[in-house]
Design a protein around this ligand. Structure first.
Ligand code: COA
Length: 161
């Protein structure tokens, strides 16, 4: 896959459906742990309409998405996902790079993202944490998930120089 095969477009009312399709493909199935719960997917559908985001295309086919929320001095990545068959091909990195640009344009000091702690997480989430670490995020804080006692929430932070 060449760098120029991947393009990034701002999320809008026409392409939000692709983010939902990709997210749906990453939802837990009976007997198969994936990444998102059905409840998380419902939350995403609402939030994609509220928040800013980007869609990644590979040769014009939608393959990934990222959404974020701008706060004063801080940017939160709310959701990110890449089609499973294309994991580890550099698409997530391209999406994070676009968000880094967004953060710099808005004079943001740091980017936060919430995930699940490795302690509770299955293998899939260990890979997600490895991905964020590869992007320069560091473990920042651990908090209880008010919706579940099965896992803790890990916030990872990247400072913008
Ligand atoms: C997390 C996710 C978005 C990463 O996207 P991606 O396109 O696979 O990431 P990249 O190909 O850009 O990977 C960049 C780096 O992350 C690390 N990484 C990615 N996949 C990895 C894996 N399976 N195991 C270990 N490290 C991994 C590597 O260091 C990699 O760098 P390298 O290619 O130089 O070795 C993608 O795996 C995904 O959609 N996961 C499911 C949804 C999810 O976890 N969302 C976040 C919920 S909080």
């Amino acid at each position: 896959m060449k760098k120029e095969d991947i393009t990034i477009q701002k999320m809008n009312e026409n392409n939000i459906k692709y983010a939902i399709q990709i997210a749906s493909s990453l939802v837990h199935k009976p007997n198969k742990a994936m990444w998102f719960t059905p409840a998380a997917l419902e939350k995403m559908k609402l939030e994609f309409n509220e928040y800013n985001g980007y869609i990644a295309y590979l040769n014009n086919n939608p393959v990934g998405f990222i959404s974020y929320k701008l706060k004063k001095g801080n940017l939160d990545i709310t959701w990110i996902g890449v089609k499973e068959a294309l994991h580890n091909c550099g698409i997530g990195t391209r999406l994070i790079n676009r968000i880094l640009q967004e953060a710099r344009d808005n004079q943001i000091a740091s980017i936060d993202v919430e995930t699940l702690t490795a302690h509770h997480a299955d293998e899939n989430y260990k890979k997600t944490i490895a991905f964020y670490k590869s992007q320069g995020f560091e473990e920042f804080k651990i908090s209880k998930d008010k919706d579940s006692d099965k896992w803790d929430i890990l916030t990872m932070r990247k400072s913008i120089k």
